[in-house]
Design a protein around this ligand. Sequence first.
Ligand SMILES: [Zn+2]
Length: 295
Amino acid sequence: MATYNLRSPAVKRLLQEARELQQDICCDYTAQPLEDNLFEWHFVIRGPDGTEFEGGRYHGRILLPSEYPFKPPNLMLLTPNGRFELNKKICLSITGYHPEYWLPAWGIRTVLLGLIGFLTTKANGAIGGIDYTEAERRLLARKSHNWKCSICGITNIDKLPDDKSNTSQSLSSNSGDSLDSKASKDNEIMPQFSFVYDDERRVNDKDHISKSNNSASSSTSFIPPQSTDSESTTNQLDTKSNESSGPEANPIVRQSIVAQSPFRSVIIIDAFIAVFVAMIITLLIKKFILPSSKI
Ligand SMILES: [Zn+2]
């Protein structure tokens, strides 16, 4: 049993898709990872009705990169089909040949639906594409039922039997919806992340300014000129959270100390003057009033 890092985005995503595809039983495709390799899946797709592939069951491999879902998977077919070469990576807009078209919201289900759609297109010399005649393709479609994979041991018709009672689930399955809703959740989360980041940057910029006024210009980030309003709000933040940002960051407290100092000295001087005046009055009384009273 292989072990995987559950914190890897690829592993998380692949386990989620495996769960969803297991619940979403569709008669047009089926896929699951190999028992010993989460990054290789085997699938069976059904040839579309009304085409030379009608009734066909086609088995193949999906090779997933470690960067999945940010990079596309590679596809190869194993069952003879007359449209794609066997054991060769297929060049489609949904495969590894064209990472520029790939969207991380797509998944293995998207790839399989795309592959079914591409079956009926012309190869036009694309890598891995071949153009057999219609008769040859119909013959291969009939033979494909009992084709058995030598790697996973699956026989095509066992995985996708003829009963098509579940067709309605194929286009309205849970997997696509939940992926879409997950993508929209990601979009909801993104602005929150950027908001937190902007907020932190603003406080940090203020830190730069208050710690080193001279070196602020050497910073590569843009520091807007501080208005008095923003100054007071960031200073409130600083007094709460940042004690090491120097005396300039706390002008209100500093001003109150400065304002208190002269006030205290005035009281002391007043007291001295009062004592001094009292002493002079006492001396004057002793010198002029007391001698005169003796007479
Ligand atoms: Zn297989």
